[in-house]
Design a protein around this ligand. Structure first.
Ligand SMILES: Nc1nc2c(ncn2[C@@H]2O[C@H](COP(=O)(O)OP(=O)(O)OP(=O)(O)O)[C@@H](O)[C@H]2O)c(=O)[nH]1
Ligand SMILES: [Mg+2]
Length: 299
C-alpha cells in the first residue's frame, strides 16, 4: 500500500475542482462557471487496493484584493507546499499567455515533481490545444536552474477523456507507506461543511455579478438522523441591497437556492433533507477578520 498527496493548482476557473472530483470519482468539491468558487483547500481521497491518493484542491491563483482573497492565497500556498507532486491545471479554451509559461517555470524551480494538465480539450479542440502543448514542450527538457515537467496531459473533465491516464501517471508519485484516511472516506471535510458548500454553490449558480462573490454560509444546525437530515444555515451577504437580491421577489430567489441545495445535499447523503435558510448581512465581511472567522475563514 502506497500513499501520498497531490496538490492541484492553477488560475481561477481552470477546472481544478472538476478535476479533483473526476479523479476520485465523487463530487466533493463545488464547481461553478464563476471564478473564485473554491475558497478553502479541500482534500479528495481515492483509495484502491494498491494505493491511497489524496488530491488537494485549492483556490485559484490570483493577486488578492480582499482579506478573503488573502485567506484563499494562504490556503493555496500552505496546502500545496508539502505535497508529493504538483498538478498545474491550464484551461485550453482560454488564450495561453507568457504568464502561464512563467507560472509553470516558477514551479519547476522547486523540488516537487510537476505535471501539467491541459483541461477543457472538449471545448478547445485540436486547434487551441496543440499550440499550448507546443509552447510547453521546451519545459519537458531539463535546463539550468529548473527541473523538467514530468508529463503534460490533455484532459477533459467534462467527458472524462484521459482522466484514467492521468490518474495512473500520478500514482507513480506515491511513496508513503501509511493509510492517512479510513477506506470509505472521500474527503477530509465533514458532511456539515460539504452541505454548506453545496448551498454556496447553488447561490453562485443562481446569483449574478458581485452578489454571489460576497455570499458566505454558516451552518448552525446539521443533524443526521436515520433517514433524514435537518439543516439550518445562514446565507450571509455583504450589503442590504444584496440581501434583497438574495431573497428575491416574495422570497423567490432564496427558495430556488434552497430547493436546489436540498436536492444536492439529498444526493450526497441519500436521505431526505429539511433545509431552512436565513439571509443575513455582515457589512463588508470580506474585509473584516472577525466576520470572516464566523464564516469559517479564520487562521
Ligand atoms: N467544457 C468543459 N468545461 C469544464 C471542464 N472542466 C471544468 N469545466 C467548467 O469550468 C468551470 C470552472 O470549473 P471549476 O472546477 O469550478 O474550476 P476551478 O479551477 O476549481 O475554479 P476556482 O475554484 O474558481 O478557482 C465550470 O463551469 C466547469 O463546469 C472541461 O473539461 N470542459
Ligand atoms: Mg475550484
Amino acid at each position: 500500500m502506497r500513499s501520498g498527496f497531490i496538490a492541484i493548482i492553477g488560475r481561477p476557473n481552470a477546472g481544478k475542482s472538476s478535476l479533483t472530483n473526476r479523479l476520485i470519482g465523487e463530487k466533493i468539491s463545488i464547481v461553478s462557471p464563476k471564478p473564485q468558487t473554491t475558497r478553502d483547500a479541500v482534500r479528495g481521497i481515492l483509495t484502491t487496493d494498491e494505493y491511497q491518493m489524496i488530491f488537494v484542491d485549492t483556490p485559484g491563483l490570483l493577486r488578492p484584493r480582499t482579506e478573503l482573497g488573502r485567506y484563499m492565497s494562504r490556503e493555496t500556498d500552505m496546502s500545496s507546499r508539502d505535497a508529493d507532486a504538483l498538478v498545474i491545471v491550464i484551461d485550453a479554451s482560454r488564450p495561453f499567455t507568457a504568464k502561464d509559461v512563467e507560472l509553470v517555470e516558477s514551479r519547476l524551480k522547486g523540488n516537487m515533481p510537476v505535471y501539467v494538465v491541459v483541461n477543457k480539450t472538449d471545448l478547445a479542440g485540436y486547434e487551441k490545444t496543440y499550440p499550448i502543448l507546443a509552447a510547453l514542450s521546451p519545459l519537458t527538457a531539463e535546463a539550468e536552474g529548473r527541473h523538467a515537467i514530468k508529463e503534460i496531459v490533455p484532459v477533459s473533465c467534462e467527458t472524462g477523456d484521459n482522466i484514467g491516464v492521468l490518474r495512473d501517471l500520478l500514482a507513480r508519485e506515491l511513496h508513503d507507506e501509511v493509510m492517512y484516511y479510513p477506506e470509505g472516506d472521500v474527503t477530509d471535510r465533514p458532511a456539515r461543511y460539504v452541505a454548506g458548500e453545496i448551498i454556496r454553490e447553488k447561490a453562485l449558480l443562481l446569483l449574478r455579478d458581485e452578489v454571489p462573490h460576497g455570499v458566505g454560509i454558516v451552518v448552525n444546525l446539521y443533524e443526521e438522523k436515520k433517514d433524514a437530515v435537518y439543516i439550518e444555515a445562514d446565507v450571509v451577504c455583504e450589503k442590504e441591497s444584496h440581501k434583497r437580491i438574495v431573497i428575491g421577489d416574495g422570497g423567490s430567489m432564496i427558495k430556488r437556492i434552497g430547493e436546489s441545495a436540498r436536492k444536492g445535499i439529498s444526493g450526497m447523503t441519500g436521505k431526505s433533507v429539511y433545509l431552512k435558510l436565513f439571509v443575513k448581512v455582515r457589512e463588508g465581511w470580506r474585509n473584516r477578520r472577525n466576520y470572516m472567522r464566523d464564516l469559517g475563514y479564520g487562521d
